[in-house]
Design a protein around this ligand. Sequence first.
Ligand code: ATP
Length: 247
Amino acid sequence: MIPKNHPRYESLMTRELIVEGVEKGITSIHGLIAQGRGEAFDYLLGEKTSKNALKAEKVAAATLLLAKKPVISVNGNVAALVPAEIIKLSEIVNAPLEVNLFHRTEDRVKKIIKRLRSLGAKKMFTKTDALIPGLSHERGKVDSDGIFSADVVLVPLEDGDRCKALVDMGKSVIAIDLNPLSRTAQCATITIVDNIIRAVPNISKFAQELKSSNEEALREIITEFNNKKNLAHAIDDIEAHLASRQS
Ligand code: ATP
């Protein structure tokens, strides 16, 4: 049991959720490594949402609301860390969920779908009748009505190759990745450099607020955004946090 007054309670609880995910067969063992890398970057960012990340979260909400066919991709880490929160976002922006795993096994896919359904997920794409061009067979499997034909895909914690393959298909890709230097962060259309635990509820909050905005107002939020500058700001945020710790 982690005591609630432990100074790093939240981070340690997050780690517990991933371990539980592995034990339940929802999260791949590789997910532990991904989480460790994420934690290291979160530490460098001060384990808080920066102003810059908040801006990207607002842009992501506007992009999802404007999309004709948005889809949210769910992997084993997402299913372990924010299952209820991702279902809530899916409902607010009307973006069905699709389980999409890097280390794909049918057993894990089934377990994740079962978990999401038990938590109330209604709209899900579950076929695997299409392939993302440029990826090997197992890694490219998607639903022809889901990710394959989506115009906007939210891929929290994606691998760089798959992110690039989706961008190459002409899609807008929104990534959540604490590492501003990762290939995913660099190739996505919108990169949210924040912990998924904080990012998903923030996107939902913005989406609720923006839901009644007209198309023009939503477009204005998006056109001001530049992902290269956003990533440069994220690196500045790390530098500023490190400098604050030196004094
Ligand atoms: P890439 O192929 O994009 O270069 P990678 O090989 O560095 O990625 P992976 O291990 O495939 O990384 O994916 C893990 C990524 O997800 C890392 O960049 C890590 O920072 C990020 N990550 C892990 N946990 C979280 C989290 N809780 N919130 C946000 N990002 C996270």
